[in-house]
Each structure stands twice: as C-alpha cells, then as structure tokens.
Design a binder for this molecule. Structure first.
Ligand SMILES: Cc1cc2nc3c(=O)[nH]c(=O)nc-3n(C[C@H](O)[C@H](O)[C@H](O)COP(=O)(O)OP(=O)(O)OC[C@H]3O[C@@H](n4cnc5c(N)ncnc54)[C@H](O)[C@@H]3O)c2cc1C
Length: 474
C-alpha cells in the first residue's frame, strides 16, 4: 500500500511548521499533527477586549537570517511586521535594587556603574586569563568566571542566562550553550583573540547584508505560526490530535493518532518529530531506547509569565527601554521585567502601559508553581519597587509553562550525538525543536527548516512523491 503522505510532522510549534513548510514549498504532501487546539506551541498571543495584545510565551524576535525574512515576506507578513522601538536597544540590569543600563559604547563600558574598576580590569584581561584543565566539561559560570572574572559573570552573564535560558549558569554546559565562544577560546586560548581571528564565511553575492532586527507582528507573534498553517492548508494541519505511536512497517512509517475518540493511523514516507524532547522520547522508545533515554535526560525549566496593564499616569517615570533583568545575586522574585508597551507601543492603548514579569527558571523553579494570586501579588510588588509604578493594575494575566525552556546541561552534546546516530540509521526520520541548535524562536525555526531540507534530500534520493505516484497509478 502506498503511504498517504510524503511526510508527517508531529508537533505544530514553530519548529514543526518550519519543517512542514519547507517540504510543502518543494511540492511534497505533508500532514502536521498538533496535540493542542491551536498551532504555535509556546508562541501564543491573545487580544483582550480592552485593547491589549498579550504574548504569553515569546514576545520578541531578533534575527539577521535572510532566509527567515524571505519566508515572512513569502507568507505575506511584510506589512504585519512591527519593528521594536529604538529605545529597545536600552537594556537594564538590576544592581542593588536599581535598574542600571547596559553600556553599548566603549565610553559607556569605561564609565558604567555595572562593574567596579577591579571588575572592569579583570574583564579586560580576558586575552591573558588562565586556560581550563582539558578533558572536563565546563559550566557556563566556571568558563566565564575564568575568562572575564567572577564579577562580570555574576552581573552580566548570569542575568543574560536567566533572561534567555531561564537557566542556572552552574548547570549549563558552555560548549552546548555558547559553542562559538567556547570554540574560539579552545582555538586561540581567548574568546577575544579567537573571535577576531575566526575565518569569516563570504556571503553569497546575491544576499543583502542584514543587521540584526528586533520585531513582532501587529497582533503578536502568533501571526507567524497561523500564517504558516494557512499556507499549508487547513486539511493538512490537524489540531487537537496527539501522536501516540510510531513504527516502521512495509517500507513506510505508521503514526498512531489519538484525539477523535478512537485511534487512527496515517502512513508516510518520512516523519519529522517536532515535539518537546520528553514527548519525542515516548515516540521513539521502541526504535531506539538509547536515543529515547538521551531525550528524556534533557531537563526543562518552568516559567510563569505575568502580564500587568497600568494607566500611564501610574508610572512615576517613562519606561524607556527593553526591560530589566535580575542577576541571581539580587535574590529577586523575578527573572526579568519586560517593558512590553515601550518596546512595542501597539500592544497597549495609548493611555496604558503593559509590563511582562517572568518568574521561575532553573534556579528557583518553585516560584513558577505558586498560585495565580501569589504570582500576581509578587509581580505587582516588584513592578512598584523596581519601576516606581503606583497603585493596582487594570489588567492581570498569568500564563504558566511547566516545561518552558530546555536546558543544555552537562552531557547535552552527547545526547544530541545519540539523536544524530538515530537519524543516520533512519534517514527518513528527523527530530527538531528548541532542545537542538539554540532555544530562541529564530534558531528553532532554522532547526525545523533544516530538518525539512534533510527529509527532502532523503525523499529526493528515493524518487517520486506520493502525489505523482498516486497520479501515475490512476
Ligand atoms: C515564556 C517563554 C518566553 C520566551 N521568549 C522568547 C523570546 O522572546 N524570543 C525567542 O526567540 N524565544 C523565546 N522563547 C523560546 C521559544 O519560544 C521556543 O524555543 C520555541 O518557540 C520552541 O518551539 P518548538 O517548536 O521547539 O516547541 P513548542 O513551541 O513547544 O512546540 C511543540 C509542539 O508539539 C506539540 N506536541 C507535543 N507532543 C505532541 C504529540 N505527541 N503529538 C502532537 N503534538 C505534540 C505541542 O502541543 C506543541 O505545540 C521563549 C519561550 C518561553 C516558554
């Protein structure tokens, strides 16, 4: 029997949709199976009746990937893109309870109050800092403490790791989280020397040089996954259906699906698993228990996202920047507070302001699991203390992500190597997601598109698509 699809993509987050669209553009017949009742995964945007736009997961995209821009234009999203306000370049770190701006100019680096003179001199001594003992996997905290000193690590690196990875710098593997910085230091004995001497790949002549841009969409980030699902076609994206089994039989993949009351099976020439790692583990258990074990070993940090909306006259000063991150040494209740309506004015009515308080992460996961009331109460207190906002908010909204961000901890690279061995054994099976190649949306998109390219290559090598074979058979 001919397989029903060229490819079944399990998981309709940005990784899965990117993979599916890559195959769809090449004329392959693709089916996306998504367990939730909407596509997008952790990308989830809500419009409230009183005119706020709430991004409940990621809220900002930053990329200079030309392929990604071309895809957005291809999807008809050019007019929907909203660039971040210029003030978004201003980012702050909380030091002794005060938001201090991160310097972006050489003079600012010299005069900043973020680091003491001793801390600045130690950071500048990076090129002559000691080498690591070879053979041991180093944590992000140990690597940067050795290279730029403990103060710069605690005040700059720690809040950055909290803001992007919701992670614990003592648990994350530097080789997995910052591969290019780690490789530069391995190559040249110094990050600075290694980066300066790195060979730069020549861009293709046709590719315009892109600067990194920060942006969202008029109705929030979920516009993008929705546009991808539309482009794939409603019949080819099944929401509210969970893949519960996967096996290879009679030269084709069989995916068992739950969701309509009784189990159903679809067949395909290839499969892309684009679920979070723990869900992917269940699906490949019978194919490769070692790879399944590697996926299960990838921990996830929980994050609670608290939106607060205020009247502008409740602000004692203008929120003028991206937001503020809290180093763990500040012992705050939050990882960061983003000034959403300062970065993207369209997310709040003109006489209102919107902030996003991020709570939890790998260091204090229990904070993300508090009751909604406790989360809101603490976020209001933090907004009042740190940002000088007075009074109660007009809008409160809590989103809890139990498994928010995968943690690239010690052993992560070996885990990914186990997945690569699985894919070598089964060229028509690919795994993609934010546990691979970077946790941000653009990197997850790129990982999904690459999985799509690899499957296209495997299918091309096999020959005809199901469509053409079915036509040939009449
Ligand atoms: C709170 C938060 C804030 C963030 N902020 C940013 C930011 O500002 N900028 C940025 O670039 N990145 C940010 N990120 C990271 C980024 O959002 C994610 O890394 C990325 O969106 C993950 O995409 P994904 O496709 O790998 O996974 P997901 O979005 O988790 O999608 C996986 C999908 O698989 C589905 N699924 C699971 N099991 C099954 C099954 N058995 N069958 C069918 N479907 C299944 C799930 O329902 C889900 O829809 C943030 C993440 C979080 C949680």
């Amino acid at each position: 029997m001919m397989p029903g699809y060229d490819s079944v993509v399990i998981g309709g987050g940005i990784g899965g949709l990117a993979a599916a669209y890559t195959l769809h553009k090449r004329g392959y017949r693709v089916l996306v199976i998504e367990a939730a009742n909407r596509v997008g995964g952790v990308i989830h945007s809500i419009k409230t009746q009183d005119g706020f736009t709430l991004d409940c997961g990621p809220n900002t995209l930053g990329t200079k990937d030309t392929r990604l821009w071309n895809e957005l234009i291809d999807l008809g999203l050019r007019e929907r893109i909203t660039p971040a306000a210029r003030c978004g370049k201003r980012r702050f770190i909380l030091i002794n309870g005060q938001p201090i701006e991160i310097p972006t100019s050489p003079i600012g680096l010299v005069t900043t109050r973020l680091l003491s003179w001793r801390g600045k001199l130690r950071a500048l001594a990076e090129p002559v800092a000691p080498h690591a003992a070879t053979g041991t996997e180093e944590s992000v905290a140990a690597f940067f403490s050795r290279r730029i000193g403990p103060e710069a690590t605690a005040r700059l690196l720690d809040p950055f790791v909290a803001g992007v990875y919701a992670g614990d710098p003592n648990q994350l593997s530097v080789a997995a989280v910052f591969p290019s910085l780690w490789e530069a230091a391995q190559r040249s004995g110094s990050i600075a020397r290694g980066m300066l001497s790195a060979p730069r790949p020549k861009p293709a002549v046709s590719e315009p040089k892109m600067r990194s841009r920060t942006f969202s969409f008029r109705d929030g980030l979920a516009e993008w996954p929705r546009a991808l699902a539309r482009a794939l076609g409603a019949n080819n994206v099944w929401t509210g259906r969970r893949a519960v089994g996967l096996r290879y039989r009679n030269n084709s993949w069989e995916v068992t699906i739950d969701g309509t009351g009784e189990l159903e099976t679809v067949t395909a020439r290839s499969v892309i698993i684009a679920t979070p790692a723990y869900a992917a583990a269940d699906l490949i258990e019978t194919l490769d228990a070692t790879a399944a074990g590697a996926l299960r070993a990838i921990p996830y940090a929980p994050v609670a996202v608290v939106h607060l909306g205020f009247r502008r006259d409740q602000l004692s000063r203008e929120l003028n920047g991206f937001g503020v991150l809290a180093p763990s040494s500040e012992r705050r209740h939050f990882l960061g507070i983003l000034w959403a309506s300062s970065l993207f004015p369209h997310v709040a009515p003109t006489d209102r302001a919107l902030t996003i308080t991020l709570v939890g992460g790998a260091i204090r996961p229990e904070l993300a699991e508090q009751s909604e009331e406790a989360l809101i109460e603490a976020a209001i207190r933090d907004n009042q203390q740190v940002l000088g906002i007075s009074g109660q908010p007009l809008l409160t909204h809590v989103t809890r992500w139990r498994y928010a961000i995968p943690q690239y901890t010690f052993g992560h690279r070996e885990r990914i190597a186990a997945l690569e061995r699985l894919e070598q054994r089964w060229p028509t099976l690919q795994l993609t997601g934010s546990y691979r190649g970077g946790v941000g949306v653009p990197k997850t998109w790129a990982s999904g598109a690459q999985a799509g390219e690899r499957i296209a290559a495997a299918l091309d090598a096999q020959g005809t698509t199901t469509g053409t074979l079915e036509q040939a058979l009449g």
